[in-house]
Write a protein of this length. Sequence first.
Length: 248
Amino acid sequence: MADIPTFDMKPVHVPDEVLEKLKSIPTATVYNAVRYFGSPLCVCEGLQNYTMGRKLAARAKTLRFLPNRPDIMAENPNGPESPEYRAMGKCGPGDVLVADIASDVKTVVAGDVKLLQLKMNNADGVVIDGAIRDLDVLRDEDYDLAVYATARSLHGGPTATPAEEDVQVNIGGALVRPGDVLVGDDDGVIVVPSWMAAEVADHAIEHEEVENYIKTKIEAENVAPGTYYPPQPESFEEWRRVKKERGL
Ligand SMILES: O=C([O-])CC(=O)C(=O)O
Ligand SMILES: [Mg+2]
C-alpha cells in the first residue's frame, strides 16, 4: 500500500480530463482502484445500464426524494422551482443527475418530459436508485443521455416527493456527495469520491495497461493466467521498463 497518497478528503472539482481517463478503462478496474484506496462501499448495488454499451464518468448533481406526506408535498410544490428542476438545472456537460428515491419503484423519478431539461443542457446522463419511464422516447428522440437505474416502470408519482437537491444521498448502498464522480459501464455503476478521482484514474489506467501486457505474455507463452495474474510488483516494473523502451 506504499503508493497510496495521503488525501485531505475535501471535496474538489474533478476536471474533464480526469473524467475522460475514467471513461477510457473498464469500470471494474476503476472499482478495484477505489477499493484499494480505501472506499470499498462504492458500488451502486442493483443499478444497471439501460443504455447498453454507453459509458459514464460524470460529476454528481444530487436530488433526494422523500416519502409523501402532506407537509413535505406542500413545502415542495410542482413547478420550475421544484428541487428536481433545480438539480437538473445545475447539470451541464460532464455532469450527471443522481436521484435517490430509496429504491422505491412505485414512483418514477422522471420520463421524457422532465428529462428534457438534461437533454437541453447537454448533461451526460442520469443515475437513479429507483425507476425511470419513457426510455423508448429517450432513445427515439436521441436524448443522448447515459441512463443507469434500478428499474423501468409505468408508475407516475404517487409515493414520493422530490424534496432536496445538492445533498448527500444513498444510491444502492453507496454514499454520493455532490461533485463525486459516477463511473459506469455494462458491469454496473460506482461512486468515486471527488478528492481521490485523479489518483484513482492514474492508478487504474496503469493497472489496465499491466493487465493488457500480461495478457500478451500469457498468450505468447501459452501459460495459465495464474502465472501472471493477479499482477505482481515485478510485472509493474517490467511494464514500466517496456513502456520506456517503446517510447510510450
Ligand atoms: O410523470 C412523470 O412523473 C414523469 C414522466 O412521465 C415524464 O417526465 O415524462
Ligand atoms: Mg412521460
